[in-house]
Design a protein around this ligand. Structure first.
Ligand code: UN1
Length: 517
């Protein structure tokens, strides 16, 4: 392995996490096996091969499904607080392993080490949340219209939950789903992105240890690996009542149709085209911090990344100048080196999409304000490092309407009333995250009203990214409508049952119907 790996302690991290050069990629709890095609994982940080994972064959998949089905019969009978105790132990293991896991996330995905640690922290947070929730899976009770009757609803475990996750949050999004699904009494089968398979192996090793320590059955946590064909095994499988998928709108449409065709449930968290509206009453300093972090953090590869800045014409030049100055300060390089702000994109395809976006915005009549480009030379050998760019554009440009997973920010101008900015903000097919920067209460409330942002997340004086796990996470329109992590997102992982009990010796019918025998 290269110097980067030794300098930043990657070997030790891999060893601690039980990652080998060649990893069997299919697992039912603690048993790993391998018979599919091999996936090589290269680091976008330095281009080095980190390790290999064997994908999942159809026969492996069946073995996994059987183990999961069997585990569910046992797991669903455990009291929810006991399931919470297992998740508590998992959270504690993550606390112990936060540094090596954060490092692996950074090295395999390319986000900064700080963000890698932050991602593991999101896992820990959702575990804590799930532990508390394991004693609060409340249903409602209602008053029956019939005398001597009691009516209530209860939530039962759903079954096997399929999780398809993306490369950009290679560990946290799995944890958002799985921590909730487990306390709800479900078992999970996870297909991580084929771009970050070692993060999947590391997580599976951690939970497998916890399950083993508690003498729990194989199959509560299962791992499968491979490309979309492996994902299809889950979307088409009648035995999986819920498929939770995070990724592109294109992928989500395919998943949703396949799952709906068999009347299964899907939970979709797809693309965003997130904007910050900057009004004449905005605090410019806060705006710049929020916009720059939103646009260049994780090299623009968050679903919540800021793609569009919609600025009022009265302060447009001031914001533009401050933004350009801030972009001059950005240090691009090895994300494991904490002095850098921006790491690499995930791979060569992502770099090509970035370059095409910059060409396209110019072809459509936009103006490049901060120059982009692919970096070459020492430290940039992987070919995945690009310069964060800003283009002045129009909201209706085709490229502006499209989510490019890269650090490209479009600067847009609005005039007159805030409603014009809100119309621009809402004038895209995606509906994940949105923000307004203003000190004006009327503007803030207008943005949050029914006439305001149409997104699943709407922030005031905060950027578009960096949501906490306590809120429900997801968005509307082509973002897919799903909600993960906090609030009452747990309900999708359970089935609801309405129960009515008659404790009299009569059998009165509802709606006043008489049926005398
Ligand atoms: C994603 O990009 O899929 O709100 C998730 C955020 C993070 C999660 C992003 N907490 O930016």
């Amino acid at each position: 392995m290269t110097n980067t790996a030794s300098t930043f302690g990657i070997h030790e991290a891999l060893k601690t996490l039980g990652i080998q050069d060649k990893n069997p990629g299919t697992s039912t709890g603690s048993q790993f096996f391998a018979s599919g095609t091999v996936i090589s994982s290269y680091s976008p940080v330095d281009g080095a091969l980190i390790g290999k994972v064997t994908g999942t064959s159809a026969a492996d998949y069946d073995q996994v499904m059987q183990a999961a089905g069997k585990a569910f019969l046992e797991w669903r009978q455990k009291p929810a607080p006991l399931r919470g105790e297992v998740v508590r132990q998992f959270g504690n293991k993550l606390r112990e392993l936060k540094e090596p896991l954060g490092k692996l996330v950074s090295y395999e995905m390319g986000k900064s080490y700080q963000e890698g640690l932050g991602e593991v922290q999101e896992m820990i947070d959702i575990c804590d949340f799930a532990v508390g929730l394991s004693r609060q899976l409340h249903g409602l009770t209602m008053h029956s219209e019939r005398p001597g009757h009691r009516m209530y609803e209860q939530y039962h475990p759903l079954g096997i939950v399929g999780i398809i996750s993306a490369f950009n949050f290679p560990v946290a999004v799995w944890a958002w789903n799985t921590a909730l699904a487990w306390i709800c009494g479900d078992v999970c089968i996870w297909k991580p992105s084929e771009k970050t398979p070692l993060c999947g192996i590391a997580c599976q090793n951690i939970i497998a240890g916890v399950l083993k320590d508690n003498d729990l059955p194989e199959g509560i946590s299962c791992l499968i690996n491979g490309d979309y064909t492996v994902g299809e095994m889950m979307t088409q499988d009648q035995r999986i009542p819920l498929v939770s998928a995070t990724g592109s709108i294109r992928m989500g449409k395919i998943v949703a149709q396949a799952v709906a065709a068999r009347l299964g449930k899907s939970l979709l968290e797809l693309g965003g085209n997130n904007a910050i509206i900057v009004t004449p009453d905005a605090d410019i300093k806060m705006t710049i911090i929020g916009a720059v972090f939103g646009a260049v953090g994780t090299a623009g590869q968050r679903c919540t990344s800021t793609r569009r800045l919609i600025v009022h014409d009265s302060i447009y030049d001031q914001v533009k100048e401050a933004l350009v100055a801030a972009y001059q300060q950005l240090r691009i390089g090895n994300p494991l080196d904490e002095n850098n702000h921006v790491g690499p994109l995930i791979d060569a395809d992502a770099v090509a999409n970035y370059s095409n976006a910059l060409k396209k915005v110019v072809a459509e009549g936009g103006t490049i304000l901060v120059d982009g480009g692919v970096l070459k030379g020492e430290g940039y050998e992987s070919g995945c490092y690009v310069k964060p760019a800003i283009a002045e554009a129009k909201n209706d440009f085709e490229i502006v309407q499209h989510e490019t997973f890269a650090p490209v920010l479009y600067l847009l101008k609005y005039s007159g009333d805030l409603k014009n900015a809100i119309a621009m903000q809402n004038g895209v097919v995606q509906g994940l995250s949105s923000a307004i920067m203003t000190n004006n209460l009327r503007e803030a409330e207008q943005f949050l009203s029914a006439n305001g942002s149409d997104c699943g997340i709407a922030n005031v004086n905060i950027g578009t990214s960096g949501a906490e796990i306590g809120g429900a996470f997801g968005g509307e329109k082509e973002t897919g409508g799903g909600r993960e992590s906090g609030s009452d997102a747990w309900k999708i992982y359970m089935r609801r049952q309405t129960n009515t009990i008659n404790y009299t010796t009569d059998l009165p019918l509802a709606q006043g119907i008489k049926f005398d025998l």
